[in-house]
Design a protein around this ligand. Structure first.
Ligand SMILES: NC(=O)c1ccc[n+]([C@@H]2O[C@H](COP(=O)([O-])OP(=O)(O)OC[C@H]3O[C@@H](n4cnc5c(N)ncnc54)[C@H](OP(=O)(O)O)[C@@H]3O)[C@@H](O)[C@H]2O)c1
Length: 277
């Protein structure tokens, strides 16, 4: 086959084939799990599956104890033996980040970040815009960075750590309708990609997965009028868990969003700017 064609195929289909094949060789079972954003419906479905499979210990982090306690009750109903910890955290104070990660178990083998805030482009309040950028990008990025550099690296950990950042397909090609949300998710995906390279360059056994859901039926999109292509959280969770175990770098969820995003990225700008949703 012509070299140019081979490169094109590799570029556009790598996340469906080559990476998955490569990752099958190193499937992991997660025992010590940290969830940033215990209120997230998507994350909860993932957690429940892990509780049924291999989990032994959870740390649930969120702004309110009630979100953590809901998770703990559901996990205990699945398996009462699992140890569960609730950590209430004020995201707005970055100085407390060190204290937060020091409370976690250095043996953590899965970190899942799920915090996210959707905002329409009609919202122009700078306070809301700043919070959106922080929730989607700053909080999860700094949290994982602090854990890897202060806990995993400084304790010379040698076990595999998998990090699943829940980003979004909205960050693949940022649309006009939610550009602040899309841009902050694009920032998170880029941060994750760079962190992966940093970890590999420093021989850290850290696998970084970027989860890119399409539309999912959670409180985040409850006001959306067009209900087409919306998946249920419990229907996407098994695919996400499987790919986290494999360490897949980009997890489109459901999988067809990968192909849709490839098409969207190829779309000429003149056509792209007509998309209003
Ligand atoms: N639903 C979708 O269609 C969709 C599509 C693509 C990507 N995603 C992403 O998937 C992830 C999970 O979202 P979800 O759909 O499960 O929505 P969800 O159930 O509404 O959960 C939202 C999460 O974000 C946290 N959060 C929201 N505002 C916050 C703030 N100001 N400060 C700190 N934390 C805040 C919540 O925190 P607490 O835990 O403290 O309550 C909760 O954990 C998000 O990153 C979202 O961007 C969702």
């Amino acid at each position: 086959m012509h070299d140019c064609k081979k490169t094109l195929i590799k570029k556009h289909f790598s996340h469906y084939t080559v990476e998955n094949f490569y990752c099958v060789c190193a499937m992991k079972k997660f025992k010590n799990i940290v969830l940033l954003g215990a209120g997230s419906r998507i994350a909860r479905e993932i957690i429940y599956l892990l509780a049924k499979e291999s989990a032994e210990k959870f740390y649930f982090i969120s702004r309110s104890d009630s979100a953590n306690q809901e998770c703990i009750a559901a996990v205990k109903a699945i398996n009462p033996e699992i140890l569960c910890n609730s950590v209430v955290y004020d995201y707005t104070d970055p100085r407390s980040l060190t204290g937060l990660v020091e409370r976690l178990d250095p043996k953590t083998d899965l970190i899942l970040t799920a915090v996210g805030k959707l905002i329409a482009s009609s919202e122009q309040d700078p306070v809301q815009l700043e919070e959106t950028i922080k929730v989607n990008f700053t909080y999860p990025a700094l949290f994982v960075n602090e854990f890897i550099n202060r806990i995993y690296k400084e304790n010379s950990c040698s076990h595999y750590l998998t990090v699943g950042f829940i980003s979004s397909v909205a960050g693949e090609r940022v649309r006009g309708s939610n550009y602040c949300y899309g841009a902050s998710k694009r920032g998170l995906s880029g941060f994750a990609d760079g962190l992966r390279v940093y970890c590999e360059q420093n021989n850290l056994k850290v696998r970084i997965c970027v989860i890119k859901p399409g539309l999912v039926n959670t409180p985040m999109i409850r006001d959306r009028k067009d209900r087409r292509l919306i998946a249920e959280p419990d229907s996407i969770a098994p695919g996400i868990v499987k790919n986290l175990k494999y360490g897949t770098r980009n997890i489109y969820s459901p999988g067809y969003w990968g192909a849709l995003m490839d098409l969207l990225k190829l779309m000429p700008y003149l056509l792209f700017k007509k998309i209003r949703s």
